[in-house]
Design a protein around this ligand. Sequence first.
Ligand code: 5GP
Length: 182
Amino acid sequence: MLVENLVQLKDLTFKSFISEEKINARVIELANQLNNDYVEKSPVFLPILNGSFMFAADLIKHVSVNCQVSFVKISSYAGTQSTGQLKTLIGHEESLFNQDVIVIEDIVDTGLTLELILSDLKARGAKSVETISLLRKQKARDKDVAVKYVGFELDEQFVVGYGLDYDGLGRNLSAIYEQSMH
Ligand code: 5GP
């Protein structure tokens, strides 16, 4: 339910954080950066489901170099706290040997999910692997997790919308909302 910039999802209330206009403008900037960096290449995008589906779709629409898209699924979250337990990686059956791979993440928090994906991709013989994440939290900056392209930097707050969920809800919102304490 969306009332005057507040969103109620189950027991939690969220307030406006990043507008749809800001997201769209940043997505175009990021796509332009990729178009410059991959000008002579034909990268394979690996969006991490479910959270990155909206970001990936919007971003890839503005990518002008020839590219492939193959979705990967992994989950490490239950509710608003990381369980620290990574489930298995599924998808990308195609060979990534000698390919320039670009992992698309919704948000990097502890970086555990990304570490698992990156070590898996290295084992598959990718020529290069870079990551683009719509959002990055403080912990990832503290740990120096390698994310080459970042949309927006956050502190520690829990966010929903634009693909990100709270207990399965909120992915449909076209802007990003942060948890409100009242
Ligand atoms: P990490 O492994 O980096 O700790 O966690 C990354 C994953 O946790 C993200 O892909 C996302 O699914 C989930 N996550 C981390 N922070 C948030 C958040 O603020 N909101 C939502 N909805 N999910 C988050």
